[in-house]
Design a protein. Structure first.
Length: 120
């Protein structure tokens, strides 16, 4: 089993439930990994693996669609990964809202999902 990881990807996006979040937008950090199998003993071609640039584009497409909840975004990303990559066995996606608009709050708030193909 192999794993591809995308770490600490920063996006400016318009997700949020609270007043002003969708209009003003915010900074979000995304981390994801995909566990997958390959028929090749030694991977020498991009077709024998999962192309991380395609995963990034998929994540970016979902981050560009405003949603009220980060839970909606991570679920959509996870399902699109399974729909796009037949060799994916397990997916983990985490989204954190950097400096959410809460009084006296410093840091980030996030959600994550970990799904196996047989759970969808």
């Amino acid at each position: 089993m192999l794993k591809i990881e995308l770490k600490n990807i920063l996006f400016r996006a318009n997700h949020g439930l609270y007043p002003g979040e969708k209009e003003l937008g915010g900074t979000f950090e995304v981390n994801a990994w995909i566990s997958y199998s390959s028929n090749s003993k030694i991977i020498r071609k991009i077709d024998d693996t999962i192309d991380y640039s395609k995963v990034f584009t998929l994540i970016k497409d979902e981050m560009d669609q405003p949603e009220d909840l980060m839970e909606t975004v991570i679920t959509k990303i996870a399902h699109r990964i399974f729909d796009t990559f037949a060799t994916a066995h397990e997916v983990y996606v985490c989204i954190s809202k950097v400096n959410p608009p809460l009084p006296i709050y410093s840091g980030s708030a996030g959600v994550s999902i970990q799904l196996k193909r047989d759970e969808i």
